[in-house]
Design a binder for this molecule. Structure first.
Ligand code: RAT
Ligand code: ZN
Length: 416
């Protein structure tokens, strides 16, 4: 027998300890480095006005949507705090997340004093807080969502961004696929000769745009969040842009394309960012892309619970497909538990278990705390089953496996 094997009793504690210590690569967030100034959201008022909480606030509040959204941020945060924390117990995942953040920052959760929490944040600089949050969350690097269609963001890149190795970039190109005529206007204004119907030399010009931006921001992948109706078998501008522009550039630069599939955008537009929903997508869309473009790499996450099993099975068929994360409405402990167990049983260690989707800096703390706890439980069950067969598991084995799940799979897949 292998001499250093962990026994069943030690296993849970050692695994928990290793998992708590693993430095994660968070491959999809909406965070920015300090150089992006106010584009990086942080602090208690931003935490409380997260769109996940706004949606929950309106489950209880009779206030008019527009009236609420016009309030200054601090007043919105007061409303959310009162409605979701003082008038009822904060049991939802997003509510509990706020408490985890406060606790891990060393604040007195029991005091229920929003003013005291605000006071704490007033004494901090953003750079200090970035250091603290990354340390508390055990995050080594995050991938930003960089939008070349956003004038504010374009101006930052134009001015120049200081290198911060904790923040990697990704090029987010939804409008090219979802509303090409609109996207074409931005490209034209930036000096690319495209027409709204992708005529003439437009495809070559879109490719030039994608190449320029991928290289300019050093993107680790290109990405789009797509509706549940996404279907590259359909003729249309969107399919042409995908096949004539995006995939060729990804192939040429050897950069994956990340597809986040399953959104139903703006089912309730009056809720703003909180107004998007979910729908079941067609797995055939992913199968076809992986089969038709074997030299392209696809990072894929799907939003509906119903798509999870078939997505994992599809990844067994195509090694150019890397499944990632329990996205958005799936980032609830019960679903992370179920999905992670199913993926381990289906794909072994060959997937990326989680990303945070953090929109506010402090989200990193709760999203990773909660995910680590659930994933630890699931892995514990799997290693216990191995020990029961007589297989040995060493501390080095655990470290190697966790490194692969939380860093290596992403780094190797993107090749950077
Ligand atoms: O999780 C979210 O905050 C969503 O609003 C979206 O950001 C989604 O993750 C996306 O990237 O489209
Ligand atoms: Zn996102």
């Amino acid at each position: 027998m292998y001499p250093l094997s962990i026994n069943g009793e030690q296993l849970k504690a050692i695994l928990g300890e290793k998992l708590a210590g693993v430095q994660v690569v968070d491959m999809h967030t909406h965070l920015f480095s300090a150089d992006f100034d106010e584009m990086l959201l942080w602090g208690i008022d931003e935490v409380l006005t997260y769109h996940y909480l706004i949606a929950e606030y309106f489950r209880y509040s009779p206030l008019d949507y527009g009236e609420f959204l016009q309030l200054p941020k601090e007043k919105q945060a007061d409303e959310v705090w009162r409605t979701l924390f003082l008038e009822r117990s904060p049991v939802s995942e997003a509510q509990r997340g706020v408490l985890t953040i406060l606790k891990r920052l060393g604040l007195d959760v029991g005091s229920r004093s929003l003013e005291a929490y605000r006071e704490y944040f007033r004494g901090l600089t953003v750079r200090e807080q970035i250091d603290r949050v990354f340390k508390l969350a055990g995050v080594k690097e995050v991938v930003m969502t960089n939008d070349p269609f956003d004038p504010q963001e374009r101006a930052v890149w134009q001015r120049g961004v200081a290198e911060d190795p904790r923040f990697r970039s990704s090029l987010r190109i939804d409008p090219l696929l979802l509303d090409f005529p609109w996207a074409a206007e931005t490209l034209q204004a930036e000096g690319y000769a495209v027409t709204p119907d992708l005529g003439g030399a437009s495809a070559a010009e879109v490719r030039r745009f994608l190449r320029d931006w991928t290289l300019k921001i050093n993107a680790v992948y290109l990405a789009a969040s797509l509706p549940c109706s996404f279907d590259p078998a359909q003729d249309g501008l969107s399919t042409r842009v995908l096949k004539e522009c995006i995939l060729p550039v990804c192939g040429e630069l050897d950069v994956p394309f990340a597809l986040m599939i399953g959104v139903k955008r703006q089912v309730n537009p009056r809720l703003g960012l909180a107004g998007d929903s979910v729908g079941k997508a067609q797995i055939g869309a992913v199968e076809r892309l992986c089969a038709e473009y074997p030299d392209n790499k696809f990072l894929v996450t799907m939003l509906s619970r119903e798509n999870q099993h078939e997505l994992a099975i599809t990844a067994r068929k195509y090694r150019n497909l890397m499944v990632f994360g329990c996205w958005w409405f799936l980032n609830n402990p019960s679903l992370v538990q179920e999905i992670t167990a199913m993926r381990l049983e289906t794909l072994g260690l060959s997937f990326i278990p989680q990303h945070s989707d953090a929109r506010v800096l402090e989200h990193l703390i709760y999203k990773w705390d909660h995910s680590r706890a659930v994933i630890s439980e699931v892995l514990w069950g799997k290693y216990r089953d191995l020990l029961a067969t007589g297989w040995s598991v060493t501390e080095e084995d655990l470290e190697r496996d966790l490194q692969q799940l939380f860093q290596g799979n992403f780094h190797e897949f993107v090749g950077r």
